[in-house]
Design a protein around this ligand. Sequence first.
Ligand code: HAM
Length: 426
Amino acid sequence: MNQALQAIRGMNDVLPEQAALWATFEQAARQVLNAYGYQPIRMPLVEPTELFVRSIGEVTDIVEKEMYTFVDGLNGERLTLRPEGTASCVRAVVQHHLLYDGGKRLWYTGPMFRHERPQKGRYRQFHQIGVEALGFEGPELDAEHLMMIHRLWQALGLTGIQLELNSIGDYHDRVAYRTALIHHFEQHRGALGEEELRRLHTNPMRLLDSKNPAMAEVITAAPNLQDFLGEEAREHFSAVCRYLDAVNIPYVINSRLVRGLDYYNRTVFEWTTRDLGAQATICGGGRYDGLVEQLGGKPAPACGFGIGIERVLLLIEQQQRIQAQPAVDVYVLHQGPSALETALTVAEEVRSAGLSALVHSPAGSLKSQMKKADASGAHFAAILGESECANGTVTIKPLRGQALEQTTLPQADAVAFLAGRSITDE
Ligand code: HAM
């Protein structure tokens, strides 16, 4: 026998039994996105490598270690499987001049690829819902994003999620901060590992999110970015906080939060949970006012966020707030020579009435079919045994605890009954 092939480590199949949970999440997310007037955009999965180097930053974990990059054998171009969506979205907005008539509120969803060490909640192919608002300068946009995310957690019934918020100031604020950071870390060179020493002069802010335990104390003692913020960044941040207070969204200010991508300025945030172990961040984002210009567009402010779908689904399962949707409304059982034909006809009528139906296959004893019907999660079994076929009737058996007796009805009435009952008895 040939050896069965396996999926690549860290790249997972989403099996039918998980699909209902994905659909539930996606539906809730779409409702929230619609409620705030966001429009969908779809970008390619593969982009020129240069796009990510220029936006995420050359001296970052993603660009240095995690990108799936390859050379196109036909023309020698260096290409990369997208590790995130913001860069592609901004590229598309610039390429298609989408900002010519004012700001745009956009969202996208799909797989992202990062060559990380796989573990629970951390994968090499994972999925995000990303939201980007381009062309808007005011702090009300930062707040709008936080309100949307908060509303989504509420819609999903999730609890115990904390919003961590910070401002990393404007470009010139960070130039002064950079100098102070380099000075500080130079004085503690002994605690720095090889990677930190390499990044010290190219991107010292990355040292602040170093996972190296020997660095913990030095990081705690590092100068505080808040002390370097200019007046405009300060005002922007306090307005974001005021708007959150006005709608009662709690947050904590974490002055060490810098995010792992270089394009951010001013507001940055992460939503974290204690329920997922090490992969605690389920959403991250912030403002990136320089990126549109950096990618060749006319200068335009922007902000956005990305939600890690797998992590949110793990959290939903953990908190068990959402029951998986049943697979179908009606499971059709059949026994006897002409029963299958009638079963197919009844199932079609059920579908025409707006419900979903599944016809048992292959034939077997009614008892074994009933076991399958029970396990399928359907609301009703529609039974076509020999006597039903002879009499032109269907027996309807409720499967999911409805306050209904089993009943036998003429075929046409049975379909009308199912259409009425299965909706009103939910
Ligand atoms: P990010 O923080 O790199 O930001 O990713 C956003 C979210 O994606 C994370 O909070 C996490 O939930 C999820 N995530 C990241 N890596 C993995 C992984 N290896 N496995 C599973 N989930 C993961 C961005 O990507 C920015 N583009 C967000 C943004 C949009 N900022 C502005 N606009």
